[in-house]
Design a protein around this ligand. Sequence first.
Ligand code: HEM
Ligand code: HEM
Ligand code: SF4
Length: 332
Amino acid sequence: MALDPKRPQKEIKYEEMRIYSDEELRNYTEEELKNFKIKHDIPDLDELEKGPWPSFVADAKREALHRRKLAPDRMLIERDVVEDMLGQLQLSFDEGETHWKHGGIVGVFGYGGGVIGRYSDVPEKYPSIAHFHTIRVNQTGGKFYDTNFLKSLCDLWEYRGSGLLNMHGSTGDIIFLGTFTEQLEPIFFELTHELDQDLGGSGSNLRTPSECMGKSRCEWACIDTMDMSYELTNYYQDELHRPAFPYKFKFKFDGCPNGCVASIARADMSFIGTWRDDIRVDQEAVKAYIGGEIIPNGGAHKGRDWGKFDIQKEVIELCPTQCMWMEGGKLQ
Ligand code: HEM
Ligand code: HEM
Ligand code: SF4
């Protein structure tokens, strides 16, 4: 079944949507970044920049510097929101407790989910994160985007939010991290009316369904994951936006048992494509592996002599159900 959009899709053009010029987007040098200090001392967070792995602290500092250098009228919440967020996190490390306040409900008109309220419990110290609400933006099917859309989204969030976002959260959404209550309705309006984009789920509603890209790119797909997710997202619109359950509920779709979106771990109701036909074995390829004409593991482990490929030891005996054996030179 082909994926039929329920209605025509709007084509987003960044040149029409953009808020910032190229100069504003690239407004600092790597040299300036090296010498940049945020307004708070954050010794423990600085530690988290060390080592070979990516660091959210390094990313946040870039964003902090970028906001320092934008003109004051080019952001609708405080420019130092990122700096205050890092400062408060250091305070939490120092005191061994969180400084995000418990409770507080915010949202947008007509929806009961999609926005998660966050407030600082030390706003006098960190006024720019007195509010730091999270917005969930429903990701596209299979997470296919074009740059026109992504750049437009980033500009909107820089202008009306902290500029910090997470691609993607564990529910699957794009997560916008940190804005003030006054910005929620304008962001919602721009997202839905200009960017043709919806909010995701939060709280006790149906959470944003998510799926692997399935047959659009993957040779293992046994079901059309994107179509199922799209269909159910549309069918359960009401449940997605208006929490009616006693607790959250999640659907996730894996196209095959490889489970690339971990539907078992992440969902209450997991959909996993399985093969429903006789098993097909490419006997020529089996022979070529045994004969050494095809390198085991696509050559991933070469550089050390592991000995000759042994199908009995390396494949057949590894199967917990013992479902395969060799017979007359053929894999059964
Ligand atoms: C830079 C700061 C933050 C980052 C990087 C971050 C990251 C995330 C991510 C990735 C998720 C999962 C989203 C999803 O499942 O789709 C999430 C959800 C959540 N975060 Fe945060 N977050 C931040 C700030 C906060 C703050 C300030 C609080 C508490 C005051 C908080 C509490 C939570 C809670 C309770 C959820 C689950 C909400 C729900 O399921 O309804 N986070 N966050
Ligand atoms: C005190 C213990 C725990 C707390 C406070 C906690 C809190 C959370 C929160 C706030 C989320 C985000 C929910 C959301 O995405 O909306 C989450 C997600 C998750 N947690 Fe926990 N958790 C706890 C224990 C566990 C344990 C023991 C497991 C696994 C054995 C687990 C597995 C997961 C998984 C897989 C997700 C991601 C769900 C998704 O994809 O949406 N958690 N947890
Ligand atoms: S779960 Fe299966 S079908 Fe989906 S991307 Fe992963 S390997 Fe491909």
